[in-house]
Write a protein that binds this ligand. Structure first.
Ligand SMILES: *Cc1c(COP(=O)(O)O)cnc(C)c1O
Length: 368
């Protein structure tokens, strides 16, 4: 009789057993600045209106599988060019998974610069694909265009992911370099604009110029992370095929109704994201003035910063002791050694973070 662990080892695919599950820490009572959430809620009047809208939902019925009303709203809110199709996912994470499922096969690969959003690698591995990471430039995390083009030529990837702005580095890649990669790619290029609400550029208009370009957006970072709604935009020739990997009714009724409602009140979300952009600049300046801290310019709602060599884990732990949870990227190593990432919170949360950081750095580096 085989033991339980023998059976698990026999039946679970080796590439799945080799994975480390995506770890989400329990924030407890800490100020939560680890996950790029919008810190602002809605006022009472808006809450009541939202709950009234939810009363109209027929919870006993399956959702509209095509989510037609919501798609119309998203087309308008996100200025999706006429002629481009839209596919919805349970978060953009699900769309990344659908993309991988649609193209996976023996010898097929996913390519992305490194460091970037970890789900590209994780999902490629779950789908049984090879993953090729091409290092970004060390000084400023810009694309190494020559290395990217050489890797595209060598690996002929089915999928290339470019997060624009990039997570966890926060910068926008050079748009001309991105265009060169799209033109050189034999397969699909997905420009992931999860942080579009905080950035000064987009590839939305460029969709019409490139028939192998798809655009990924999400409502998560603009203030609706709890809804789980992402969208993939591009030509129907691609999306009709990718749609076949989607489970029916993947975007539930409450999400459809709530997103539709929220987008009708987009001015509220826009004011919140404008506020976050302004506070990001104040936070960046404060970090730059701090001894031993090197923040990197950001076009997103978070800031990556480097801490004195060998101190990141202690500073991260010191922040948590002082009630502030951010993201420790030091364990990822490579270009992210000594780096931490903080999400822009409310002014009071940012203040609390800066105070805690000052204490934690002082404690970690005698003499600072
Ligand atoms: C947060 C993030 C996502 C995930 O978005 P969801 O819609 O919440 O799944 C996708 N891409 C990047 C680059 C992100 O940082």
């Amino acid at each position: 009789m085989a033991t339980l662990s023998d059976r698990v080892a026999h039946w679970i695919r080796p590439e799945v057993r080799a994975l480390t599950a995506y770890h989400v820490p329990d924030p407890g009572d800490a100020i939560k600045l680890d996950a790029m959430e919008n810190p602002y809620g809605w006022d009472e009047a808006l809450m009541s209106e939202w709950l009234a809208a939810l009363r109209q939902v027929s919870i006993n019925r399956y959702p509209d599988p095509g989510a037609r009303a919501l798609k119309r709203r998203l087309r308008e809110a996100m200025r999706i060019p006429a002629g481009m199709d839209v596919l919805l996912g349970n978060g953009s994470d699900e769309l990344i998974q659908m993309l991988a499922l649609a193209v996976s096969g023996a010898g097929r690969s996913v390519l992305a610069p490194e460091p970037t959003f970890v789900m590209y690698r994780l999902i490629a591995q779950v789908a049984g694909m090879d993953y090729v990471g091409v290092p970004l430039a060390r000084e400023n995390f810009s694309l190494d265009l020559d290395a990217m083009l050489a890797a595209v030529e060598a690996h002929r990837p089915a999928l290339i992911f470019l997060a624009y702005p990039n997570n966890p580095t926060g910068n926008l890649f050079d748009a001309e370099a991105v265009r060169r990669i799209i033109e050189a790619a034999p397969g699909l290029v997905v420009v992931d604009e999860a942080y579009a609400a905080f950035a000064r550029d987009t590839f939305m208009e460029a969709l019409t110029a490139h028939d192998n370009l798809l655009l990924l957006r999400t409502v998560s970072k603009m203030g609706l992370a709890g809804l789980r709604l992402g969208l993939l935009v591009g030509r129907s020739e691609w999306l009709a095929e990718i749609d076949k990997t989607r489970l029916p009714y993947n975007v539930n009724t409450l999400t459809q109704a709530s997103a539709d409602f929220a987008l009708q009140h987009r001015a509220v979300l826009d004011a919140q994201t404008a506020r976050i952009r302004a506070d990001r600049e104040a936070l960046f300046d404060a970090l730059r003035r701090m001894d031993g801290i090197e923040p990197f310019p950001s076009e997103a709602n978070f800031i990556l910063f480097r801490t004195p060599e060998g101190q990141a884990d202690r500073i991260f732990a010191g922040l948590l002791e002082r009630g502030v949870l951010i993201k420790n990227l030091n364990p990822a190593g490579g270009l992210l050694a000594d780096c931490l990432r903080v999400t822009v919170g409310t002014p009071a949360e940012n203040r609390a973070f800066l105070d805690a950081l000052k204490d934690a750095v002082g404690g970690a580096v005698p003499g600072l």
